[in-house]
Design a protein around this ligand. Sequence first.
Ligand SMILES: *Cc1c(COP(=O)(O)O)cnc(C)c1O
Length: 802
Amino acid sequence: MKLSKTQFRKDFEQSLTSEFATDVAKAGITETFAALSSVVKQYYTQIWQGDNQYKDRSQKKQTYYFSIEFLPGKMLKSNLLNLGILSTVREGLQELGIDLEKVAQVEPDMAIGNGGLGRLASCFMDSAASTGLPVNGNGIRYRYGLFKQKIIDGYQVELPDSWLNNVNPWEVRRADKAIEVTFGGETWLEETEDGRLIPRYRNQERVLAVPYDTAMVGFENTRVNNMCLWRSEVPQDLDVKFQNMEYMRQTSMLSAELYPDDSNYDGRLLRLKQEYFFVSAGLQRIIRHYKSNKIAPIAQIADYIAVHINDTHPALCVPEFMRLLLDENGLSWEQAWDITVKVMSYTNHTILSEALEKWPEEMVHTLLPRIYQIINEIDKRRTDELLPHVGAELIHKTRIVKDGQIHMANLAIIGSHSTNGVAKLHSDILKDVELHDFYQLYPERFNNKTNGIADRRWLQISNARLSKLLDEKIGKSWRHDLVKLEALKDFREDTETLKQLAAVKLENKKDLAALIKEKNGIEVNPEAIFDVQIKRLHAYKRQLLNVLHILKLYFDIKDQPDLEMVPRVFIFGAKAAPGYHYAKAIIKVINEIAVMINEDAVVKDRLKLVFMENYNVSLAEAIIPAADVGEQISLASKEASGTSNMKFMLNGALTMATLDGANIEIKEACGDENIFIFGLTKDEVYEYYKNGNYNARDIYEQNPVVHRILNAFIDGTIPNITNEGPEIFESLTAFNDEYFLLRDFNDYVRAQKDLENLYRDQRAWAQASLMNIATSGIFSSDRTIRQYAKDIWFIEEKSEEV
Ligand SMILES: *Cc1c(COP(=O)(O)O)cnc(C)c1O
């Protein structure tokens, strides 16, 4: 949009006066943020309305992306950038003596997601709008986002994140678009006069779902999509017999809390209820809009909408859509099924078996009686249909209902026309191993869509220095098409550019050093290698392997106090699921090792260890631009894709990587010489599984370096870990080291040595950094979302020529 500084200042000052009865001189920082966001919202509202009208008028097919998590982070600067008014507003505020950075800080992180899954959903929201694709989000408006992490005495302590306390300026409550969702009760089928069976219900629990819409503003275009988040409320006309506190409490619980575990299955009823809640409300709204807009008969709905099931949490989309078509729109089973499969598509995000959702039949039966009937009918009809053609065993292995459980991934695959993995390796594992049975039955459904990241947030906003340098060197076209970064390759031998790149990195490191000083009270040397591992704490991600290497460096120094080494600062950020005992033990151990190393006078500034608390999107934005190295060291086959690996690459960090997830594609893009690869391959890991011949204790017994490091956990070397130390020691020895840390240790140390050696040659390092930036274009989520649009959803980009 077009906006002059004068106009902006006028609008802003007016907002302060009319909405907050104050002025620039008197306004506090919260009021300033509120007034500013209110102005920004006014700016995009017109475009939003215009695009909604355009969508209704043009009746082009739209996608609805169902995800139980979103992780947008702060929205102010993102909205300013996408509206094309970031610098106008920055300068306008400056003239009023206001620092935009300080104001932006005030906004709470919208953290209604756990980690990669939710962040991907939000990168997709940004990319869909920015590429002009009509893709809308559908999720839950959790009152409490992911917990705030405090570190006290080295332990993680979880505090509630009540992010809505100071109201959310971006959302629009749409009370008159509320929808009713029902649970429980009894249901039975009655025959109508024309011989159809229709369900009857009694004693159902009714919940009102109220939508809150948030604009997803496209980058310098006229597309504004919608992220719809549902809040649960008690219906106005609730029968008196239900009007009690327990009912109220139960109802509000549905949108109260994000389930803070992104990896493990947990059988809580509430979680299943949440899943049905946002699925049912979302699908009802879509169908209601479709009908009120008189687009076409319901039987043609598959030509106008696509519904995406992001991981299995929204897999109830399949039976719920069937229910709506059958019971509420009178379609035949065959018709409804055909439409449902065409409309639905599904992304698998993990192969960790403990994360594959299964619900006890009994629970689904009680909570969702009609849905339970439909799931069984889907399962039965499929079995009958396949029996003449394929073996009974294959059918059994792929059944939705078996062993007393409903298998959600099976439901999602069977009820949709597309199942995709999120990196090449992951998609191959799905086809060849994890979902091989399904692949035999439905080979055409399987495909890969390698994840991506929204470079507007992860470069343009978070790394202004690098963005400016890129503009100077290769022009601004990369801001619209990230692949244009390739042009940077021409500067690989250009000494001045290499120096400027290094200077940008150093400045970013100084900023991070200041933040570390402020938050942790630790002094770090900006000339040291900043070696970063930030992601959820999980055993398979192997933060502990990183820790073992740090201990090795520490003992090297202790053994040889004069040892010459490139100084290193190891930086961690990670939340552990509150019930994940082992992960929390690792956090404690990291913090105790940090104290031990940072306070050891012998170490000087050769080694520093920093655990930054409360890892979230905003902290990631502060850390990644300053990273020299990104640690992506999961056991091969375990990390479906990873996306922080892409963020690091884009910001010129070199990757320390196993051949896992998207690391493989990063290596192919940047070249073997610009990445550090170590460890077992996926096939070697599977070979160990097949033969059952891994013996961690042997390595502990035979490798003196490993021996000494592990002993440090139990012999008092590391202080204050009397409970955690032995737990970790046992996991690596007695319990045979589930994720092969000890097996990969030596090669990891070797790769780390290679890394150090390269860093000594600052020119070569800068060249490798440059090559990472230059080849990161394919990891834009603009590319990813376009592939979904073309191959899975069959939707079109809005043309901007009007
Ligand atoms: C990108 C991101 C993730 C995903 O990180 P991985 O290393 O890919 O697991 C998790 N949390 C936040 C806040 C992120 O920004």
